[in-house]
Design a protein around this ligand. Sequence first.
Ligand SMILES: [Zn+2]
Length: 88
Amino acid sequence: MTVCRECGLAANALTCLLKYGQYPLKPAFSVSTWHRGTCGSCGRATTVTEARDFFYPDFSLLSKAFRERVKEEPAPGRGNYSHEEEQI
Ligand SMILES: [Zn+2]
């Protein structure tokens, strides 16, 4: 599954809070390969990456309200995202 950054970061934070009682030491892989696609969590067409990059968090923890809010956020600026690496 591929997911957007907002869903990935939020799901990782929630998963760690639930499992370990604290925020993740690392919010995401330091380098991810982003491409245009559809987020498997919120359904937004935006830049996405593998769920692996957020350590396979439990996306079911994200509430419907969260997904709907993320969906309304504007997609990042257009450009060539076909093979872009981004430092977080
Ligand atoms: Zn998303």
